[in-house]
Design a protein around this ligand. Structure first.
Ligand code: AMP
Length: 416
């Protein structure tokens, strides 16, 4: 059996791991650590919650501690790019925890907060800079950071970092970085298109897949309730009471949807908070901290909270709306059942969402078990899906002779 010491990690790291109670490397750690220590490029896919962060952070800390010169002023020796500000904080915390016995300087830099303290911290140079792409580019444009000393670039949630939303910023950053560098890509999901794109930025890479592609973490019990759109809130409140839901992370489609749902929940006496892109950064972090501490039982979030965030022992994720992008279903539900725990993912699905449902089922290669809660039967039936991306046609209603017996006033018609 692998141990962290048999993977070749140095004792300051082993000591930190012992204090954190990490006894055995997870599969992605066992495979990634030696490859990264050897200086190779890597594309690693592993299910949500299986320790990817330590998979890249530990060997990166070790390489930085044992190789290369100290960072010059306004230089970063390694950069970890992440899609959201919360994830930047979390990944930075992991680096700090794992590297506490090493003399390395780290920083999390993201937008929505003042840039000045980040510029000050960069003056002394950094070993590890965890950043969102937009802010990193701002810092570079202000000459606060240079990349000539850059040894390693990590893209966490790599498929998100490589998709269109970030491509302009990412391309600008890549053009500024030395071509001779180590590049590491980590994610729970990689589409074929993103794999092809990724391969172009890697040099003789190794690829690790610790499970079948795009699979859900084991330990997540999934189910869905079909319901009419306008009755989702009522059903959510009903299920919460009936099933005694305590801490719940609820995903919705839009920022307004998140605000509206929190208002409705507060009006019902629930303790709820929201996290979405329109909220000021300090309020976003505060909502997340309150939720983690159990001060707010319900956190309503858009997909900014779908990726990477680690809430210990979170029992339940509810998809109040299904995600538009099927991969986000894996990331959202992956906020539960982390680090070997179990958890539940419940989706409330209305007829409008059947195309999304069908795409999700094709991605995860299963049909979600359906239930209908008595008293909440959908009047707009959600068509059946076959688990392979197809929606079954609605059974045709027997044809009635529409005109027979109907008075002109009761006949359906369209204005104009
Ligand atoms: P990650 O997938 O990196 O977000 O990690 C998921 C959770 O697993 C975090 O709470 C980590 O602290 C925890 N974790 C990571 N690696 C290990 C390990 N080898 N042993 C125990 N817990 C771990």
């Amino acid at each position: 059996m692998n141990t962290f010491s048999s993977l070749g990690l140095i004792s300051p790291l082993l000591q930190a791991l012992e204090a954190l109670d990490y006894t055995t490397p997870t599969p992605v750690q066992a495979q990634a650590i030696p490859v990264i220590l050897a200086g190779r490029d890597l594309m690693a896919a592993a299910q949500t919650g299986t320790g990817k962060t330590a998979g890249f952070a530990l060997p990166l800390l070790q390489r930085l501690a044992s190789e290369g010169a100290r960072p010059a002023s306004n230089s970063a020796r390694s950069v970890v790019l992440v899609p959201t500000r919360e994830l930047a904080e979390q990944v930075h915390k992991s680096f700090t925890a794992y590297g506490r016995h090493l003399p390395l300087r780290t920083l999390a830099a993201y937008g929505g907060v003042s840039i000045n303290p980040q510029m000050m911290a960069l003056r002394k140079g950094l070993d590890i800079l965890v950043a969102t792409p937009g802010r990193l580019l701002d810092l570079q444009q202000k000459n606060a950071v240079k990349f000539d000393q850059l040894q390693t670039l990590v893209l966490d949630e790599a498929d998100r970092m490589l998709d269109l939303g970030f491509s302009r910023e990412l391309n600008a950053l890549l053009a500024l970085m030395p071509a001779r560098r180590q590049t590491l890509l980590f994610s729970a999901t990689f589409s074929d298109a993103i794999r092809a794109l990724a391969a172009a930025m890697l040099n003789d890479p190794l690829s690790i897949d610790t499970g079948p592609r795009n699979t859900m973490a084991t330990g997540i019990r999934q189910r869905m309730f079909t319901v009419d759109k306008k009755r989702k809130l009522e059903l959510f409140l009903h299920l919460r009471k009936k099933l005694d839901w305590q801490q719940v992370l609820v995903f919705v489609k839009t920022r307004n949807g998140a605000e509206d749902l929190v208002k409705a929940l507060l009006a019902q006496g629930c303790s709820a908070d929201a996290i979405h892109g329109d909220k000021p950064q300090p309020a976003r972090l505060r909502a997340f901290e309150r939720f983690k501490a159990g001060e707010a039982q319900i956190l309503v979030a858009t997909d900014v909270a779908a990726r990477g965030l680690d809430v210990q022992h979170l029992p339940l994720v509810v998809n109040f709306d299904l995600p538009i992008v099927a991969e986000d279903y894996i990331h959202r539900t992956g906020r539960t059942a982390r680090a070997g725990a179990t958890g539940e993912a419940v989706s409330l699905v209305c007829a409008d969402e059947v195309t999304q449902l069908s795409a999700i089922e094709a991605l995860i290669r299963m049909t979600l078990p359906r239930s209908e809660e008595p008293g909440f039967e959908a009047s707009h039936r959600v068509p059946l899906t076959d688990g392979q991306g197809h929606v079954m046609k609605k059974p045709k209603k027997p044809k009635k002779n529409k005109l027979a017996g109907a008075s002109p006033a009761s006949r359906p018609g369209r204005a104009g």
